[in-house]
Design a binder for this molecule. Structure first.
Ligand SMILES: [Zn+2]
Length: 71
C-alpha cells in the first residue's frame, strides 16, 4: 500500500474581516473553508494552495483563522 496519493485534508475556517469607514467595528466579510492539500503526514504548517493560506494546528482540530483586510 502506498500513501503517496493521500492528502492531509486538515480543515480550517478563514474569516476575513474589515472595518467599514467611519466605524471602529470589525465585521466579517467572507467566510472561507480551507483544506490542506499537502501529502498526509507532512511536517510544518498546513497549506491551502488555492487560497494561499497556511495555518498551524493539530490535524484533527478545525481552527478558525481571522484575517483583517484594510482597503
Ligand atoms: Zn496539512
Amino acid at each position: 500500500m502506498s500513501d503517496e496519493t493521500r492528502t492531509c485534508d486538515a480543515r480550517a475556517t478563514l474569516i476575513v474581516t474589515l472595518t467599514p469607514a467611519g466605524t471602529a467595528t470589525n465585521v466579517a466579510r467572507e467566510r472561507i473553508g480551507l483544506r490542506c492539500g499537502l501529502p498526509a503526514g507532512h511536517a510544518g504548517a498546513h497549506v491551502d494552495a488555492e487560497r494561499a493560506e497556511q495555518w498551524e494546528a493539530p490535524r484533527d482540530s478545525r481552527p478558525t483563522l481571522l484575517r483583517h483586510e484594510d482597503d
